[in-house]
Design a protein around this ligand. Sequence first.
Ligand code: SN0
Length: 314
Amino acid sequence: MQNFTSVKDVKHLQNLVNKAQNFKIKSMITNKLDNHKTLGLLFFNPSLRTRLSTEKAAKNLGINVIILNANDGWKLEFEDGAIMNLDKAEHVKEAAAVLSQYCDILGVRSFPTLTDKAKDYADFVLNKFIEYATVPIVSLESAIRHPLQSLADLVTIKEHQKTAKPKVVLTWAPHPKALPQAVANSFSEWVLAAEYDLTIVCPKGFELNPAFTDGATISNNQETAFEGADFIYAKNWSSWKNYGQTLYPNESWMINSAKMALTNNAFFMHCLPVRRNIVVSDSVLDSPNSLVIEQANNRTFAAQAVLSEILNHQ
Ligand code: SN0
């Protein structure tokens, strides 16, 4: 694997899921590559799980880690040909090239603008790093995808699925802020690649970009969609069609115990962070069917599988 930015970078999906699971089983035996490699992590936006699980994964593999919050560096210019006479002190051309001198792999987190749809869906910041870095790039959540989260989610589903083709429901949920479509886009792409039965349910006008959902059943009726579900994955996202717009308040879409009762005793999933009693009720989040902490745990092993794959196949 050269870069890790989407499921399309993965040659053998089940092998990667298995690899992550094996790292989990063998987590006490550190399988150190010990090859004096350095992973750099660059954050343009906040992070809790991604930052710590990726650092932990690297350390489990004997890889050094250096982390830079982008706000602590110089403000970056991304436009080619820019005359840099304003507040941006450094061009991504130099920044990415310099970071490539210090790192063997570079992780980048960069959320969307939610105002410039074309730029966001071109994955502008991530692709500038791919263009100008000379080392492999790992997405730590880009404008449109969160592949490390999706890989951990597939590991979590695999650990709990009772049938070969479980019914997985990705449901829109309320949120006071306009959030990226990245987690939802990515989850859809990975679940479809794993050939599970996927239903995506959202209010009208909140349908995701079809490029990510082709093959899923799309619905606007949450109660019908929940019938027979084995996994309920909740997430808010802002509108793709009316780009960046949100819909709040709308308590009727919150996941609660009455809705979970419509399912096939489904497990509840969310990538976190989650707004309690807005996205999902305490009763569901605190129930034994909630997998949210296990999903976060699996982030380490997902990152470990990806880093080891990149280093072994460089
Ligand atoms: C991010 C998102 O893409 O939705 C990261 C998820 C892994 N979530 C948020 O920004 C939540 C922020 C909030 O205020 O609740």
